[in-house]
Design a binder for this molecule. Structure first.
Ligand code: S3P
Length: 435
């Protein structure tokens, strides 16, 4: 997880992608399923849990805090919840690995406990901004010490929390969720208002666990003093993991892929709209609801793409999909302009800088701007790029290799296992040439 092992991949040009691609469970839903079932009363069954390093780190933290968790088979968890006040102190730091979601949500959850905790992370997570959660949590009465705004986080227990009304300065589901989790332990109501609606999994899942909550796009309100009752959770396939295959099949002539039962929460599917605006051929079949979430099979066929001015309103709904979009834009005919996406600079890497450096090394014309990029599509050459230990950058350049003139060597790919265990095998099974 710390990137101690430097794993490089080579992605070679391929002919066409074909077949069914079953991607692993949703990362956001998996993190939340573990946290809420851990503090619920009773036993919850989770199916489709993401066996990634990020979500396993969250499960390990809950176990360290005294929650008994069984893993009868891959993707299955039986969580024996300890109730809202049943967590116990750990005398060891709680290691969130590479996961910003894990650390930020746990900061909210732990702020309301009777005991102190220390949250740590790997090299990348240790550079990610935490004041966005610690500042509003402090307004609720929490005390969390940072290292100049960065991890480790020392969360002081035994604080009396009170609800606040908080208008998020930046659209962030992680910050919203941290406040709602702290709000479970607070006196009076906690109200969160977002500048643009973000994924609402925490709200939906709290409701599924029986906690009264009021929410609508961009707004959530709950009050402390209720109970969470164990429930069963089915985690849908992760749209963000599907994104690499949507772009891959779109750009490689002759390709057709089917991605079954993918989570289609509208706050996640901005890339679908962006790719369609670029001319992509993606359809949805077998739409249904699973565990309250929209799911469907995605069918993607190759289609010639053209550049677009990306509507800024789509940015929060595709915040994790930009590395893949950059690759689509590099292949598309004409210019793609991305604005309003400064948040990309504080993800697992500075995703504007890492994608720009990588694409430039492959001969693509790309201009970095403070909050986006201007990409002139054309030919991608072979060459060597560095993922900077960022899972989504590594997978995006694996996709670029499909259509490059020559092989692309991608440095530092071990962290792909944080969100997408088995990516390499799955990619090769549908026609990639990745090793
Ligand atoms: C996530 C929210 C997003 C996203 C991350 C997962 C979540 O982060 O990038 O991968 O599960 O709440 P921000 O809240 O920082 O935008």
């Amino acid at each position: 997880m710390s990137g101690a092992q430097r794993l490089n991949w080579v992605s070679r040009p391929a002919t066409a992608l074909r077949g069914d691609v079953v991607v692993p469970g949703d990362k956001s839903v998996s993190h939340r399923s573990m946290m809420l079932s851990g503090i619920a009363e009773g036993t919850s069954y989770i199916r489709g849990f993401l066996e990634g390093e990020d979500t396993r780190a969250t499960a390990a933290v809950l176990a360290q805090l005294g929650v008994a968790i069984e893993a009868p088979s891959a993707g299955e968890r039986i969580v024996h919840g300890v109730g809202l006040h049943g967590l116990r102190a750990s005398n060891q730091p709680l290691d969130c690995g590479n996961a910003g979601t894990g650390m930020r949500l746990l900061a909210g959850l732990l702020a309301g406990q009777a005991f102190d905790s220390t949250l740590i992370g790997d090299e990348s997570l240790s550079k990610r901004p935490m004041r966005r959660v610690t500042d509003p949590l402090a307004k609720m009465g929490a005390q969390i010490d940072t290292q100049d705004g960065l991890p480790p986080l020392q969360v002081r227990g035994g604080r009396k929390l009170h609800g606040i009304r908080y208008e998020l300065p930046v659209a962030s589901a992680q910050v919203k969720s941290a406040l709602l989790l702290a709000g479970l332990y607070a006196e009076s109501s906690t109200e969160v208002i977002e500048p643009h609606p973000t994924r609402d999994y925490t709200e939906r899942m709290l409701q599924a666990f029986g906690w009264p909550i009021e929410f609508s796009p961009g707004y959530a309100k709950l009050e402390g003093g209720h109970r969470l009752r164990a429930t069963d959770i089915v985690v849908p396939a992760d749209f963000s993991s599907s994104a690499f295959f949507l772009v891959a099949a779109s750009i490689l002539p002759g390709s057709t892929l089917r991605l079954p039962a993918v989570g289609l929460n509208p706050r996640r599917t901005g890339l679908l709209e962006a790719l369609r605006l670029m001319g992509a051929d993606i359809s949805i079949e077998n739409q249904s609801k699973s565990g309250g979430e929209a799911v469907g099979d995605l069918i993607v066929r190759h289609a010639p793409l053209h550049g677009i001015e990306l509507p800024e309103a789509l940015v929060p709904d595709m915040i994790d999909e930009f590395p893949a979009l950059f690759v689509a834009a590099a292949v598309a005919k004409g210019r793609t302009v991305i604005r309003g996406a400064a948040e990309l600079r504080v993800k697992e890497s500075d995703r504007i800088a890492t994608m720009a450096a990588g694409l430039r090394a492959l001969g693509v014309r790309i201009e970095e701007t403070p909050d986006g990029a201007i990409i002139d599509g054309g030919i991608i050459n072979g060459g060597t790029v560095d993922s900077h230990g960022d899972h989504r950058i590594a997978m995006s350049f694996a996709v670029a290799g499909l259509v490059a003139r020559d092989a692309i060597t991608i440095g530092d790919c071990a962290n792909v296992a944080t969100s997408f265990p088995g990516f390499l095998e799955l990619a090769n099974s549908c026609g990639f040439s990745l090793g």
